[in-house]
Write a protein that binds this ligand. Structure first.
Ligand SMILES: [Zn+2]
Length: 230
């Protein structure tokens, strides 16, 4: 087991990680944890405006994501640039995520829960599922993607995985001190959330306050926690 306390966050689209875990990420970076963000898709379909060119939108969203990462104290953003709404659960995506795990060697991985029933975004499901598969068993086993060894990337055991947007949350983390940072990061995604509004802030605060009640704090984010190795 590595001695570092690094974190790797894997998000389907720019803005999903901020909404699901932005307060927690800001808290961890303030504590000195090194957080790297992997964005699996290019987000080019994220608009209802018919005049927007998808390639332009993808470029805009990368800039927005870099701004948000900066607000949260994230040290590096890796854009995998798979097509939005076209993500496939297969060896190509799996290899890319295993590579980032072996390169960054996180103690903690954070991603979206793939197991929502009925209405769910395929990119969300595939990102969460492939990230869990990458954690176990692929990143651990030297015979999985053995070309990594030739590049000096050793197998790695992730200790724990936090899943946001879970239908079965069991872990509630206090983000009272970083809620404002989370909102600031969310508002970097101008193409998705528009201009800051007090109504939106109130709605968001009410939601986080409900979660906070579960553990007796003012504001909290919720996750399903999977302990892979103790
Ligand atoms: Zn999304």
């Amino acid at each position: 087991m590595d001695e570092n306390n690094n974190v790797l966050v894997v998000t389907p689209h720019p803005d999903d990680a901020e909404g699901g875990a932005g307060g927690t990420i800001a808290k961890w970076t303030a504590q000195g944890r090194d957080v790297v963000l992997v964005v699996t898709t290019d987000g080019r379909h994220g608009t209802s405006d018919r005049s927007v060119d998808p390639a332009d939108l993808a470029r805009t969203r990368e800039k927005e994501q870099l701004n948000a990462a900066n607000v949260l104290g994230i040290s590096e953003v890796v854009f995998l640039r798979f097509p939005d709404q076209g993500l496939v659960d297969g060896p190509e995506l799996r290899e890319r995520i295993v590579r980032e795990i072996r390169r960054h060697r996180p103690q903690t991985v954070v991603t979206i829960d793939p197991n929502r029933r009925y209405i769910r975004h395929r990119d969300h499901m595939v990102t969460g599922r492939v990230t869990l598969d990458a954690v176990f068993p692929y990143a651990r086993d030297h015979l999985a993607f053995p070309q990594h060894l030739e590049e000096g990337l050793e197998p790695h055991k992730v200790r724990e995985v936090y899943l946001w947007s879970s239908e079965e949350p069991d872990t509630f983390l206090d983000i009272t001190d970083t809620f404002d940072t989370k909102m600031k990061a969310l508002y970097c995604h101008v193409s998705q959330v528009g201009e800051p509004s007090s109504a939106r802030r109130e709605r968001s605060m009410a939601r986080h306050r409900e979660v906070g009640k579960r553990v007796g704090v003012d504001l909290a984010e919720q996750f399903k926690l999977i302990e892979v190795w103790r």
